[in-house]
Design a protein around this ligand. Sequence first.
Ligand SMILES: Cc1ncc(COP(=O)(O)O)c(C=O)c1O
Length: 393
Amino acid sequence: MEHIYMDHAATTPMRQEVVEAMMCAMNKSYGNPSSIHAYGREAKRMIQDARDQIALMLGASPHEIIFTSGGSESDNTAIFGAAWSAWLRAREHQSGAERSKPHVITSTIEHHAVLHACEHLEKLGFEVTYVAPDACGVVRPDAVKAAIQPNTCLISLMMGNNEVGSLQPIQEIGELAHAHDILMHTDAVQALGMIELSLNKLPVDFASFSAHKINGPKGVGILYVKQGVAYESFIHGGNQERKHRAGTENVSGIVGMAAAVKLAEEERSDKLVQLAEVRDALWTGLQELLQDRVVLNGHPTARLPHILNVSILDVPTENMLMNLDMMGVMVSSGSACTSGSLEVSHVLQAMELSDERLRSAIRFSFGLGNTKEQAQEVVKRIATIVTRVRNRH
Ligand SMILES: Cc1ncc(COP(=O)(O)O)c(C=O)c1O
């Protein structure tokens, strides 16, 4: 039985070209990029080349690219960095009683790297407003506008949702933020390689990315910080990343990320065609098989091409996941950290879906190696599961 992996939003297989680039980096020099001798200089040059390449691909300047350990660290750095920086500024200009901790706006459909960071900010005395999306999983600019306060310092809104794929109006909300002198952060982890990005033209001050979602290595990511934007560093120590992120750099990971970004950007238009073909074959097949017993979760058109979230109403999520796994199909119930537990997705809950839809939701996410034929095969395996479950009742 062919194994079919349709969980690319959780993580992706590494491209052979990326593995080779990393092997080459590991074999070439083990020097510490901070050392001034030849080996150190060689490692430093590899990082600089990677930074230049990524900046070029994403429409940014090299000094706006900070390497991190992944999407979670990038999100945390942007949120804590902007909030603490605003707090320090407020302390200088306000006295005693009028001092209030700054306010942050985010949404209820963010990844836990953002949500839990914001919850921690609240514990530290900052104010946070969590804006709810509409039933399609889209956060509306007027809802964000209504949440703005005089002490709002940051709006953090993801570019594309990792569970249902809905795209967020980043352009509009970023412009709104800047019109009110508020910094804008976007978690673009799932959007990288799917949407054309020209960071310097976008009204965002921070953007988070992760290599392992684009066929790169795990444990490496990027925080884009627009030139001139002040924020407090999160990790203190040495002078790496121009004092913005201490710690000896993950040289081979950074080289691997640059190779992955280059491939993702160069092949994006072909990939979009492949992904749409797989997604549409699966969705059409499921509709033909199940008719009104399958429902699409998320926006039907303004969405990331690699994510299809559906509720197969007659089969509870865990039951479907377990059966699919036994039949060699790897998918998930939502974000990787909640899969495996019985927790209902916070994103689907925020969209206020019916209990029936909440408890039968499955996320398919597509990528390297997936084909239309695989989508058709998955529909067949689902047909077997649904028949089995229906016969039991
Ligand atoms: C939207 C989003 N943000 C952040 C992350 C965290 O990225 P990382 O696994 O690199 O820490 C993920 C990973 O699932 C994600 O999908």
